[in-house]
Design a protein around this ligand. Structure first.
Ligand SMILES: Nc1ncnc2c1ncn2[C@@H]1O[C@H](COP(=O)(O)OP(=O)(O)OP(=O)(O)O)[C@@H](O)[C@H]1O
Ligand SMILES: [Zn+2]
Length: 584
């Protein structure tokens, strides 16, 4: 006997979907990843549509700042796991729904392929690329359809991913963050964002691990001078860093005459004492604003800067050398806001309130509750199409990618559907150049054994190098452990688990012998039989991937040689023609 509320709700949905589709809905098992802005709306929609087998994973706890748009949460829930509270809340809408919550990171090993294999469809409600990439790869490996969604301000998107049938999340490169020219950041900032980028790099330089790619790496030795003593006095260090960066360095910079003109006047140095005198009152326009929305005085910025350095040397002393900037860390944000404002003062750029500085430094576009609600609604519509198309080509279904665009670009349509694209054959992740290998144990399998037994032995590589997340984890020049390998950061005797690989990880194989490269997806299969697979691995797909890649490469070379020959023949002909003309 179902409760009254469920019976009434079910009857209404059945009337819309029809008996058969409603039965599919009731029997489907879903995994929802993320219980934030989109996730809360989605879970509510799912139970109200009649889904009753749902598991939800989220790594976070509820913050006060979530309450304005994550409507399943109330003030009393602050600090409790989002997944648990969201499940409790939607159970009240449909008491019979079986909702299992997991407070954890979807990238953890417990949510690997075996876990994913239990579900009919995975529905994402995530907010970061890394987690999305991970779930994409898991769903491809487990051959489960994935609904992917996202929103930024008034823009949103929902799409459907199914292995071999549609583009995967990584078939197209994602736009990367805007990069500013080095000299703009280092010497000629023109906008607040240039000064904030400089200040974020400064924070990492002063308090983070050594990093040669830091834009201010050339200042590392100078900054270390202020930190070298055993018992650094934070306030003193703050004032000395101030004098170095906002006064002395700026004075030197202003002397580089070639950089400056009437349109771009040189920056003005600022001493700490001078800064303290600039104690201007807030403007009338600022009067009714929150403290964080007012632009501080230059004196406020100077004191704030020194105080933030002093706090790092006080309460955070143990973390110096290991910290990195986060917009949500109040001390780091104070440091970056004040440092950026002081640099803006040097360069005559209007300074910012802490609020504005935090939005720019954290690249924050405010989340809009209505966009999340629309996106979550579209996800359910697409999910119904996907469930109807199970076992059939997705292209024949009504599933679409749908964009939410506001202000609407054309014909007053906020929702813009477009058909699903076919997979990109060159995709790094789902493309045909991907071999798949099952391994009995990632703990037991050594990286050198994988390279030799599997990649050389079965995929046909001559001298394979292996890469994970862009770093080399096996180099054929160092096949044995030893001091030389260690010096290169290589450990041929480390297991795949020691290299941080998990079921569903993706590696890149480069055959240095033959010059080709392929992808390698690994998964753990503890029950892999000893008898047919004594090496502890089984090539499941793409055994010929290496050969194919070698063939492609040979074909490319042959074509390049033919093109070069043709070009040289054409050049010779042109020369001959010229000679004849001259002879004539
Ligand atoms: N790797 C992950 N595993 C599990 N859950 C994740 C993972 N990465 C992100 N999430 C969850 O996805 C949800 C995304 O929701 P949302 O975009 O609303 O973010 P938020 O953190 O709640 O809000 P904001 O970032 O604006 O403060 C969050 O609840 C977050 O905890
Ligand atoms: Zn792909």
């Amino acid at each position: 006997m179902v409760s009254e509320v469920t019976a009434a709700g079910d009857a209404a949905v059945k009337a819309v979907l029809g008996e058969e589709r409603f039965a599919t809905v009731q029997n489907s098992k879903l995994l929802v990843v993320g219980a934030g802005g989109i996730g809360c709306e989605l879970l509510k929609n799912l139970v109200l549509t009649g889904f009753r087998n749902i598991e939800v994973v989220d790594l976070d706890t509820i913050d006060v700042s979530n309450l304005n748009r994550q409507f399943l949460f109330r003030r009393i829930h602050v600090d409790r796991p989002k997944s648990v509270v969201a499940a409790e809340a939607v159970r009240q809408f449909r008491p019979e729904a079986e909702i299992i919550s997991h407070h954890g990171n979807v990238k953890d090993a417990e949510f690997g392929l075996e876990f994913i294999a239990k579900f009919d469809v995975v529905v994402n409600a995530l907010d970061n690329l890394e987690a999305r990439r991970h779930v994409n790869r898991l769903c491809l490996a487990a051959e489960k359809p994935l609904l992917e969604a996202g929103s930024t301000g008034h823009l949103g998107q929902v799409t459907v991913i199914r292995k071999g049938d549609t583009e995967c999340f990584e078939c197209q490169a994602k736009p990367s963050q805007k990069v500013y020219p080095y000299c703009t950041i280092r010497s000629t900032p023109e906008k607040p964002v240039h000064c904030l980028t400089w200040a974020k790099n400064l924070f990492d330089l002063c308090f983070g691990p050594e990093d040669e790619s830091n834009l201010l790496a050339d200042l590392a030795a100078d900054m270390r001078k202020f930190q070298a003593q055993e018992s650094v006095d934070g306030e003193d260090a703050g004032k000395r860093i101030f004098a170095h960066l906002f006064e002395e360095d700026i004075r030197k910079q202003a002397e580089l005459e070639d950089l400056w003109s009437d349109q771009r006047p040189p920056p003005g140095p600022l001493s700490y004492e001078e800064a303290l005198k600039k104690n201007e009152c807030p403007t009338d326009a600022d009067k009714d604003k929150l403290e964080t929305q007012k632009v501080p005085s230059v004196a406020g910025d100077a004191k704030g800067f020194v105080a933030s350095v002093a706090k790092m040397y006080g309460e955070r002393r143990d973390l110096i050398g290991q910290s990195s900037f986060s917009k949500d860390d109040p001390i780091a944000m104070d440091f970056v806001h004040c440092a950026a404002n002081l640099r803006m003062q040097n360069y005559r750029i209007p300074r910012l309130s802490r609020w504005d500085a935090q939005s720019i430094a954290g690249s924050i576009i405010p989340a809009v509750a209505s966009t999340n609600a629309i996106v979550a609604g579209l996800e359910v519509v697409q999910l119904l199409h996907v469930l109807q198309s199970l076992g059939k080509p997705m292209k024949e279904s009504r599933a679409r990618t749908v964009w939410v665009r506001f202000p609407e670009p054309s014909r007053k349509k906020i929702l813009q559907p477009s058909s699903l694209h076919s997979p990109n054959p060159d995709c790094f992740v789902c493309g045909s150049r991907t071999a798949r290998v099952a391994l009995r144990s990632l703990e037991d399998c050594k990286i050198a054994a994988l390279a030799k037994g599997c990649i050389q032995g079965q995929l046909g590589a001559h001298k394979p190098a292996l890469y994970a997340n862009g770093s080399c984890i096996f180099d054929p020049e160092y096949p044995e452990p030893g001091p030389e390998a260690e010096e290169e950061g290589l450990h041929p005797d480390w297991s795949l688990a020691q290299w941080g690989l998990s079921s569903g990880s993706l590696l890149q194989v480069e055959d240095e012998g033959q010059g080709w490269s392929i992808n390698l997806a690994i998964r753990e299969e503890p029950d892999l039989d000893e008898q047919p697979f004594p090496g502890g691995f089984k090539v499941e797909a793409g055994a010929g991937a290496g050969e194919e890649a070698a063939k492609d490469l040979a074909e490319k070379k042959r074509k390049a040689e033919a093109d070069a020959q043709e070009a040289s023949a054409a050049k010779k002909a042109a020369l001959d023609a010229n000679t004849v003309a001259l002879d004539d």
